[in-house]
Design a protein around this ligand. Structure first.
Ligand SMILES: Nc1nc2c(ncn2[C@@H]2O[C@H](COP(=O)(O)OP(=O)(O)OP(=O)(O)O)[C@@H](O)[C@H]2O)c(=O)[nH]1
Ligand SMILES: [Mg+2]
Length: 264
C-alpha cells in the first residue's frame, strides 16, 4: 500500500478543513452550556446564583485572554467573545475556532466547579462595527427578558405553584404584565442587581506597574493590561458608546486594525 496515497486520500475526506472565517469581518464566538438546566438544578440558587455567575465570568476571562479577544459578555449560561477583525489565530480555521473555544470553556468551567460540564460553540460574523453593536444589544435585551421571566417563574414557584402551573401562568404575558406580577409580590425588577438584568462584560484595561528597568537598575513605570470585569453595564445607546470605546482601545493597542468601517 502506498502510504503517501493513503495519507492524501484520507486527508481529502476532512471535508470541512478548508472552511475559514470570512476575511475582514468581525468574528464573535458564542458558547452555551449544554444541559445546564439539569446541571444547575439543586446545585445553584434560583433564579440567580453569584457562584454560578463567577464561574461563567472566570470562563469568559480565560477565553478573552487565551483567544486574544477584545470583549467578552456573559449572561445566563452563555458567553459571547468578540475577536479583532484581522484576528489570525489558527489561520481563522472554523473547525479549530469552534472546537478549541468549546474545549477551553468546558475545561475552565469544569476545573473551577470540580465536575465535568461542556459547552457548545458557534460563530457569528459582522461585516461592520455597527452590526457588532447591534449583536451585543441583542444579547443584552435577551438577558433582560430572560431575567424577568426567571424571576417571575421562581417567585410563582416560591408561592407554591407547580412547575406546570407557573409556566402556564406566564405564557403570553407581556414584560409589563411580568413586572406587575413581581411588584405584587414586593419585588421591583429595576431594583434587582444590574448583573442579573444586563449581564456582565469583560475587557482589557491598561494599568501602570512600578518596576525596575533591568538595563539601568532604576525604578521605572511600565504600562500593562489586565482584564476588567464590569457588573454594572449600561444599556442601549450608552452601552453602544461604551463598546465603541472598548473596540477603539483595542485598535490603539494594535489588536484591531484601523479600517474603513471604524468608527461605523
Ligand atoms: N440555578 C441557576 N441556574 C442558572 C443560572 N444561570 C443560568 N442557569 C440555568 O442555565 C439554563 C440556561 O438555559 P438553556 O441554555 O436554554 O438550557 P440548557 O439546559 O443549557 O439547554 P441547551 O443549552 O440547549 O443544552 C437555564 O435554564 C437555567 O436553569 C443561575 O444563576 N442559577
Ligand atoms: Mg445551555
Amino acid at each position: 500500500m502506498d502510504l503517501k496515497d493513503l495519507d492524501q486520500r484520507m486527508r481529502s475526506l476532512e471535508y470541512f478543513r478548508s472552511l475559514r472565517l470570512v476575511p475582514a469581518c468581525w468574528p464573535i464566538i458564542r458558547l452555551d452550556g449544554r444541559g445546564f438546566s439539569r446541571m444547575t438544578a439543586g446545585r445553584f440558587g434560583k433564579p440567580f446564583d453569584q457562584r454560578f455567575r463567577d464561574l461563567m465570568v472566570s470562563t469568559a476571562g480565560a477565553l478573552l485572554a487565551e483567544l486574544q479577544g477584545i470583549y467578552a459578555y456573559t449572561m445566563s449560561d452563555e458567553i459571547s467573545l468578540l475577536l479583532p477583525r484581522d484576528w489570525a489565530l489558527f489561520d481563522r480555521r472554523l473547525e479549530k475556532v469552534v472546537s478549541i473555544s468549546a474545549g477551553l470553556a468546558s475545561a475552565t468551567f469544569s476545573q473551577a466547579l470540580g465536575e465535568a460540564v461542556h459547552f457548545d460553540s458557534r460563530i457569528w460574523l459582522g461585516a461592520d462595527v455597527s452590526l457588532v453593536l447591534e449583536y451585543f444589544r441583542w444579547r443584552q435585551a435577551e438577558a433582560a427578558s430572560n431575567a424577568l421571566h426567571c424571576w417571575c417563574y421562581w417567585t410563582l414557584r416560591k408561592t407554591g405553584k407547580s412547575a406546570v402551573e407557573a409556566s402556564r401562568l406566564l405564557k403570553g404575558q407581556s414584560a409589563a404584565d411580568q413586572n406587575e406580577l413581581l411588584f405584587r409580590q414586593g419585588i421591583n425588577f429595576n431594583d434587582l442587581p444590574r448583573w442579573q438584568r444586563r449581564g456582565v462584560g469583560l475587557y482589557w484595561e491598561p494599568f501602570e506597574k512600578q518596576g525596575i528597568d533591568p538595563r539601568t537598575g532604576e525604578a521605572a513605570v511600565a504600562t500593562r493590561r489586565r482584564i476588567k470585569t464590569d457588573r454594572e453595564l449600561p444599556m442601549k445607546d450608552e452601552y453602544g458608546r461604551m463598546l465603541l470605546g472598548i473596540i477603539a482601545t483595542g485598535s490603539e493597542t494594535g489588536a484591531v486594525p484601523k479600517g474603513s468601517d471604524f468608527p461605523p
